[in-house]
Design a binder for this molecule. Sequence first.
Ligand code: HEC
Ligand code: HEC
Length: 622
Amino acid sequence: MPLGAAVDFAHEVVPILKKHCVECHGGEKSKGGFSMNTRALVLEADVLEPGHPDVSLLIEQLTAEDPDERMPPPGKKKAPLNTAEIDVLKRWIAADVPWEEGFTFAKDRYEPPLKPRKVKLPAGPAGANPIDLIVAEHFKGEKLDFPVPADDSTFLRRATIDLTGLPPSPGFAAKISQGKPLNRDKAVDRLLADKQGYAEHWMTFWNDLLRNDYGGTGFITGGRKQVTSWLYPALLNNKPFDEFVRELVAPTKESRGFIDGITWRGEVNASQTTQIQFSQNVSQVFLGINMKCASCHDSFIDRWTLREAYGLAAIYSETPLELERCDKPTGEMAKASWLFPELGQIDASKPRDERLKQLADLMTHPENGRMQRTIVNRLWAQMMGRGIVRPVDAMNTEPWSEDLLDLLANHLVSSGYDLKAVLRLIATSRIYQSRADVREDESEAYVFRGPVRKRMTAEQFLDTIRAVTGVWPKADGDAFKEKGASGGQLNKVMKAHDLKKWDDRPIRTAFGKRDSLQAALGRPNRDQVVTSRPDSVTTLEAINLANGPELAGMIRAGAEKLGNAVDPKNLVQSVFRASLSREPATEEMEISLSLLSAKPSTEDIEDFLWSVFMLPEFHYIN
Ligand code: HEC
Ligand code: HEC
């Protein structure tokens, strides 16, 4: 196969490593100091060059002439790898060493206690945010300094984009630059009180998680339903998270799109039926469990078995369900059951709707710490750029701080499952408000050092450009329905909440269909659940990739609108404030003015806007 051909890590690479290498480089064994247990450990050893198999020591060793160099070492009853096997490993390295999230060759897996734990807080100044007490203790243990605080404008831009998906108003930025100190707690409260801004930003996160979209696979044939008219008001009202989960697991008419999944047309394999999708999606989204790998055989990633995957599926299935192992019927019938019987079990003799209600109750059981930790870890990852547990869907991975994770989980429960209360606790902590100049180095064992600089999502990026230029798409009846969420249904919601009628207001990117620009910027096709956006391409690369008319058209329309502005100096100042929440430096002002004549043309303004929107400072949430 050509080097560029895709490689299936689990089914091509793992068997080879298992057969030839892990007895000496996996589990407890790390001959020559080399362990292949995790991707991080493989990279750390510096024995391969991702993307470049031909200069990778690991490949050289497979065919080395010198018996002292060859792997596996000759003479230990270990046959050398054949050409086909070597080819797979080359393709694996050429493809940047893909690894299944959470997969390890290590024997001992972390098994978190199911029940929430009481957290004993380290001592510290009265009134300190409990997050900071735990984090300070961590830094002390690691002999690291607490990171430097972010200045007010950096903090305000970060908090505003993180919580509402939009930049702060230019007026606010101006006040700060005049030296007026910001009351940060109040600023966070104000942002969280912006019901609409909050809901329209978090739509993106939940749409990804619930694979809710407005067009694409399944919609035309009726094999898929939106949950938008349920989700949007749920976010507007900050529906308590236990109720939120209950209404998704044992749904109303409007929220049932999530558990119904996608009815694929034509032949599907056993792991793609709607019952198995239910099993996979419910466990991934709410429990951070990768059930995909247990849908054809017992999982090799964690402890979940084929029988357990089918047990969940049988809660949903209206007809008796036979277990299939790798698409082959086993003769065993699935029994409706769930994953943590210590909290109670499903009564399989009850009809489906009751079984779903039982599952909803078990899922939101106050002692189901797994559900609580999974959501607070996701929120932390959204705000801080990396989960306390990573990957966020492998909650059987050891957190870098069990106490921090459980502190947040307990806060969720004690606040009445209030997601905003958890976000508030995070956003008002000193650590969230620290400088985010820390970049991750995947090749080293992870040590928490503070917030990670994040790239804006497609939605944040495009909405920020729109906020700066003031040009928003408008809903216009049926045309809007074609483009995204249904205007008619949402108007009812808007009316009920005293919000401006849907047809008369700017439409945020989250409500539109995905176009090629958004796709290039990382908005996923939502055929599958997606729980984190890729950060591998930069915004600039993505824009070049898309190279389409969307962005150019937006910026042109913005330039036309701003063309009414009187004075170029004012224009530069207000665009800097709106885009970057700060004043232009003297040099930036000079350069910008050189792009704008005394009476700037639309093209001049376009050039100027491009120059600001292409700044890394603009693309990142610092
Ligand atoms: C029977 C045990 C055994 C098996 C099986 C084995 N190795 Fe090794 N490996 C060793 C030993 C021992 C060393 C240390 C050699 C030395 O230091 O001279 C080593 C060293 C290495 C190193 C060098 C580490 C470094 O940092 O220099 C790499 C890379 C490696 N092995 C890869 C592999 C791969 C890939 C496989 C499977 C294709 C494999 N090994 C199979 C025993 C084994
Ligand atoms: C569509 C069905 C299907 C899914 C989903 C699936 N597998 Fe497999 N897997 C197979 C088949 C078929 C085999 C062949 C071996 C067998 O019959 O057990 C296999 C074997 C394996 C093996 C054993 C390799 C060996 O010989 O040691 C591993 C490891 C594995 N799968 C990992 C995974 C992981 C990790 C996932 C989740 C990403 C996954 N599988 C999902 C079908 C599947």
